[in-house]
Design a binder for this molecule. Structure first.
Ligand SMILES: *[C@@H]1O[C@H](CO)[C@@H](O)[C@H](O)[C@H]1NC(C)=O
Ligand SMILES: *[C@@H]1O[C@H](CO)[C@@H](O)[C@H](O)[C@H]1NC(C)=O
Length: 349
């Protein structure tokens, strides 16, 4: 087979939709068309399935965005009793929390931001059809500051509205939890929008800045993770307000007597108090902390006292072996000693 034939066959199978989907930790090789792929994805709402079928290229990017959100959530909460995993059904958005807690608020916000981020990045790289660089910013001159729009400005509005259409489409019930989820999705997207920044480059002889071109770029996703973690720490307890008795909830207000304030646009909101996440409980989705690593000396959330909820911990001893005192010998090899050390790790009972 020559190279062209092989390439043709490769593309042919690609067109058939042999796509390696990696969504929420689920890996499966799915052959055949978009409708089969879209029907295999667990937990899509009907409208999301329709979007998936009309935009099979986007669904892969969406999957990457969701995964990016989940990974960031696990990083931010790696020392917590709740470590961003839950018991229950796996969906495209990972395993979801039943309780409308602060933790649920964080996951919704980070996933909505993740999808918008991934879609915008794919547009900038030209790997998604129907979008590209932000055309409104091409070629214009910023007279005040003396630079020109150039390069490829990230089209954040495309990513944000894609996230809004797709991620928000799972909210089909009309409940307080729906209002909470929609609000938190929007917080995630706003945090992303506010973190867009300008990057510039100088042109001219030997580094002089005779002309300067600038473009907008996406923030690092880690940065959004820290910002949303901070918002999680300041999340506000809200309750639904009904237009009339027995009517469905119309909006959310801060849950405090004599308070009629609505939550701010950038505040994460929750409607239920968090469980303590000490024991596994299918009702709340808590996985419990049994078997989690903890730190005997730290005075932090991962200290054995806090992590193990007073149940105590097991000590495991092992010896760590590594190469040490390495010397470079002429010529050409490296000689090392073997060092070892006894260490202990602790896991919750
Ligand atoms: C989170 O905690 C659960 C049980 O408490 C554990 O099984 C799981 O591996 C942890 N996940 C991560 C990403 O640390
Ligand atoms: C435990 O916490 C202490 C103090 O914060 C830190 O120096 C140490 O590296 C931690 N140990 C482990 C195994 O993470």
């Amino acid at each position: 087979m020559n190279r062209n034939t092989r390439r043709w066959i490769f593309h042919f199978f690609l067109c058939l939709g042999i796509v390696y989907l990696k969504i929420g930790g689920l890996s499966s090789v799915v052959a055949l068309g978009a409708s089969i792929i879209c029907n295999k994805i667990p937990g899509l709402a009907p409208r999301q399935r329709t979007i998936c079928q009309s935009r099979p290229d986007a669904i892969i990017v969406i999957g990457e965005g969701v995964q990016m959100g989940i990974n960031e959530c696990q990083f931010q909460f790696r020392h917590g009793r709740w470590n961003c995993s839950a018991l229950g059904e796996r969906t495209v958005f990972g395993k979801e929390l039943r309780v409308g807690s602060k933790e649920a608020a964080f996951t919704y916000a980070i996933i909505a931001a993740g999808v918008a981020h991934a879609v915008t990045a794919a547009c900038t790289q030209g790997s998604l059809s129907g979008c590209g660089c932000d055309k409104e910013k091409q070629g214009f001159y910023n007279q005040q500051e003396g630079w020109k729009w150039g390069g490829c400005s990230a089209d954040i509005h495309y990513g944000l509205s894609f996230s809004k259409v797709f991620v928000d489409a799972r909210e089909i019930k009309q409940s307080a939890r729906t209002l909470m989820n929609l609000h938190n999705n929007e917080v995630g997207r706003k945090v992303l929008e506010k973190s867009m920044h300008l990057e510039c480059k100088c042109h001219g002889v030997s580094g002089s800045c005779t002309t300067k071109t600038c473009w907008t770029t996406l923030p690092k996703f880690r940065q959004l993770g820290y910002m949303l973690k901070d918002k999680y720490n300041h999340a506000v307890h809200v309750e639904p307000v009904r237009a009339r008795r027995n009517k469905r909830p119309a909006f959310l207000k801060i849950k405090k007597p004599h308070s009629y304030r609505k939550p701010k646009d950038m505040e994460l909101v929750y409607i239920e108090r968090s469980p303590n996440y000490c024991e596994a409980d299918p009702l709340t989705g808590s996985m419990g902390t049994q078997g989690r690593l903890c730190n005997k000396t730290a005075q932090q959330p991962n200290s054995c006292d806090l992590m193990c909820c007073g149940r105590g911990y097991n000590t495991h001893q092992y010896s760590r072996v590594w190469q040490c005192n390495c010397k470079f010998l002429w010529c050409c090899y490296v000689k090392c000693n073997t060092c070892s050390e006894r260490t202990e790790v602790y896991t919750c009972k």
